[in-house]
Design a protein. Sequence first.
Lengths: 381, 293
Amino acid sequence: MAEISIRQVGKTYGKTTIMQGVDLEIHDGEFVVILGPSGCGKSTLLRLIAGLEEITAGEIAIAGEVVNNLEPRERGCAMVFQNYALYPHMTVSDNIGYALKVAGVPKAERMARIEATARSVGLVEFLDRKPGQLSGGQRQRVAMARAIIREPKVFLFDEPLSNLDAKLRVQMRHEIRRIHNAVGATSVFVTHDQNEGMTLADRLVIMNKGTIEQIGTPEEIYEHPASLYVAGFVGSPAMNILPGTVASSGLSVLLGDGQAVDIRSSFKARPGQLVQIGLRPEKLSITTKAHGLLAAKFQFFEELGSARIYHLEIEDIPVGVVSDLKLALTAGEEVGLAFPPSALHVFDGPSGRSLARAEAAGESRGTDASTTGLSMHGRLL
Amino acid sequence: MRRACFKFSWVAAALLVPQLLIIFVFFYWPSAQALYWAFTLEQPWGGGNTWVGLDNFRAILTDPYYWGSVRVSVIYALATTALAMGMALTLAVFVDRQLAGYRTWRVAIIWPYAVAAPAVGLAFQFVFNPGAGIFSFINAVAPGWWDLSRNAWQAVVAIIVAGAWKQVAYSFVFFLAALQSIPRSLIEAAAMDGARPLRRMFDLQMPLLTPTVFFLLVINITDSFTDSFGIVDTLTGGGPYRATDLMVYRIYSEGFKGMNYSGAAAQSVILMLLVMALTFVQFRYVERRVHYT
Ligand SMILES: Nc1ncnc2c1ncn2[C@@H]1O[C@H](COP(=O)(O)OP(=O)(O)O)[C@@H](O)[C@H]1O
Ligand SMILES: [Mg+2]
């Protein structure tokens, strides 16, 4: 059993604090993806778990044991580095078997395990080569094999796919998930690619400037982003955001061009509150102006084959719609946009926090990030 | 290796000329002159010389003092190289691991390289002088025991220590650069794989340093054969009883003190051939064991 408990963890370099108050419970055998833009502290968090950086506040426990003062080798974690970090002077076989050699595993057993591991990642023919003679994808596999062979309690991945081309990346993604399912170890995977995060994760952790913004399953994060930041980061094409003001009745939001969006059924808002409305492009559909809830001007579309991305504008603000309908529209044409009430997101303007949905308000996501978010709404409302 | 080719240009030629001129005047010309003298008998006070073929070489190679000089030169070269590189590597590892106060050390260690050989010799005079040097305390305990001018092995040790001290700086700079160019993530990967610092040093850092070790080996051995004059001259003057009469020093004393220009020229030709042969052997046989990655 290797659950990881991260409690109020912070990291300070000299005087600069780059991470604080991070709370995260990772269950045994879970695949958790830490997602966030470059520089938000994902690698740092991973390295704190691995023991490659010293924890300056809070504590981390692996399998119930606080590891703050343990060396990396005592923590039972294996790590796959972004640049693979293969030993350049050793053969593939020696690279994969190094941990066993250090641990003093007898040569016969070691060779057998190297062979078996190499077979499982498709590297048997390359065992005698040096890393310099391998392609990027093969190096990636060596790095994986080196982690797998140790049968660790915890796998840590630091953007392991970011150096691969797009096709290989998808392939290795599936491989990593397959290995995870086969091995059953706890996995923590860091990436800035929301696609990777959404597809791999049992649970996603969205980070922002050294703090956790939201924790949830990919579906929860997609359907109920806790903030504008999360909403903008997850989903492709990105969520459409329209600024507006809550009408004096409190039942609708007035957009810049005077259009009103009904929020009565789902949101509690204060009259005059500055808000941002969020609508996912996949949830919008284009109809005639008369039938739409919002009016927009068509600009152009991009053909994806399976669908089209229609680019429209609502008073100079770009709005995207993904639809598999082949519509014949001319540039500048006025159309209507329709969407189900459940597709509507409303965020508080200044803070960017999601407004409590009337029916979702009681829903607990069990994270500090969302509870602070909710209590803030309580104050605002 | 890919090479860029440029068309001939007068500007390039003009820029090269001063450098080529310096190399010609200070290297090729004297070398050619020495080569010529080595095959002739030169008058000590100038004025005429006679071609004697290999006579000079025959005289040198049958001289037991010359072989004594070769022997002590080889000992000096191997010992200074081993000592200097060993010290340099140890210091570089400490500095790389950023042990306390490494910034101060780093500067302190690089200084000796900027010091000229005679100055090094003089400095070590203060250390080794039997009457007034730091080592004179030995003589306070065991009177007369420490004396460079009477004990051959003490004189050899003294020039080796002084020579190594001068060379440490150069090797240190290269070792430190090589250590720092090993990606951090490699060391971290090994740490995750369970290797402790000492194990990581032997399994990772040492093998990755082999190109640097090889390079420094060539440089240090060459240097200790050719650049020891100042230290010997100031510290021991070649004595006692020729115990520290290194090949380079012998060339000087034969040529300028003994006025035997031809003998000195022949010796310098031999020394040059020896250094070239050593370098060739190192490239040919030692380099095979080097990992370039
Ligand atoms: N050794 C260090 N000293 C000071 N700041 C650092 C150090 N390492 C990382 N940082 C800072 O910490 C922040 C987070 O870095 P990192 O965890 O690598 O981000 P990510 O992996 O999300 O791109 C960055 O702003 C970076 O500049
Ligand atoms: Mg990173």
